[in-house]
Design a protein around this ligand. Structure first.
Ligand code: NAD
Length: 281
């Protein structure tokens, strides 16, 4: 009997789809964290737009993976740092699905250099994608969400926006001033947006990942020496995976998190705990 109840509750939890009936757009979803979020959203019942900047084959592979979960999916190319691209992408979503319930602003990149060597192009590229891209996508999503209002049978909110920032909205990062500035910018952008959009019942939050195994940070984990050195910064003793972020994003976008607003959820295995202080200080 006990065993039977456990089995039934496990089956019930497998059927639990907190995003059922919702339409989501994930930027930069053809690889890494965005791909993990797209897959997790599909499994949670959401139809997913897989935005990609360049690699169409990879985007269509993610579309197939989302469809394999039983949810709808669509690939749309758009450079998030370009206003015309972003506007055209949201217009296409509107035509295809008549609205949007969830935006995950995830697309991002690094152009690392010592500040004395950093070119204006490296600075502008990172700010343009990581911060201006977030602005352009969040603005377009906010307009659509305000226009559609609350669909009570689908969600308690008119829309949910999740920005993927980084532990580098907290931890300074020498050699990466453009990236750290962009993520620090996302922090107050997200909070100000949350303040402004709350009256429209649009929830806005961020996820700040720690070290997640993706193409963006390959040199930090691809050799045993690099991984060992990285693990010294992670008290929990393992590198994160895109699925770790996907699960957090599903929760944050769902009504289970309906009273969570204007917050950064740090998902980092303890990286922000100043691990070097565990042995002294
Ligand atoms: P990734 O390189 O796999 O993913 C970034 C995605 O953004 C790629 O698919 C890329 O094509 C896309 N992209 C880049 N410029 C674009 C543009 N102009 N328009 C549209 N798409 C564009 O790396 P990732 O680790 O999955 O990064 C995803 C997000 O997570 C980024 O914002 C990154 O800063 C953040 N992040 C990653 C880590 C980590 O450890 N991997 C940690 C903290 C934060």
């Amino acid at each position: 009997m006990q065993h039977d109840n456990t089995r039934k509750s496990r089956e019930a939890s497998m059927d639990y789809q907190p995003l059922r009936g919702q339409r989501a757009l994930v930027t930069g979803a053809s690889s890494g964290i965005g791909e993990g979020i797209a897959r997790a959203f599909g499994a949670a019942g959401a139809a997913v737009v897989v935005n990609y900047g360049g690699n169409a084959d990879a985007a269509y592979r993610v579309v197939d993976e989302v469809k394999a979960t039983g949810s709808e999916a669509l690939a749309i190319r758009a450079d998030v740092s370009k206003e015309a691209d972003v506007e055209a992408m949201f217009a296409e979503v509107q035509r295809a699905w008549a609205g949007i319930d969830i935006l995950v602003s995830n697309a991002g990149l690094q152009r690392d250099a010592a500040v004395t060597e950093m070119t204006l192009e490296q600075w502008n590229t990172v700010i343009g994608v990581n911060l201006t891209g977030a602005f352009l996508c969040c603005r377009a999503a906010a307009r659509a969400m305000i226009a559609q209002g609350v669909r009570a049978q689908i969600s308690r909110a008119a829309g949910k926006i999740v920005c993927i920032s980084s532990v580098h909205e907290i931890i300074p990062w020498a050699g990466h001033v453009n990236y750290a500035a962009s993520k620090g910018g996302v922090k107050l952008f997200m909070q100000s947006l949350a303040q402004e959009l709350a009256p429209h019942r649009i929830r806005v939050n961020s996820i700040a990942p720690g070290a997640i195994m993706t193409p963006i940070n390959r040199p930090a984990w691809e050799t045993p020496d690099a991984l060992a050195s990285l693990l010294k910064l992670i008290p929990y003793g393992r590198i994160g995976t895109p699925d770790d972020i996907g699960r957090a994003a599903v929760w944050l976008a769902s009504d289970d998190a309906d009273y969570v607003h204007g917050q950064t959820i740090v998902v980092d295995g303890g990286m922000t705990l100043y691990p070097e202080f565990a042995q002294g200080g």
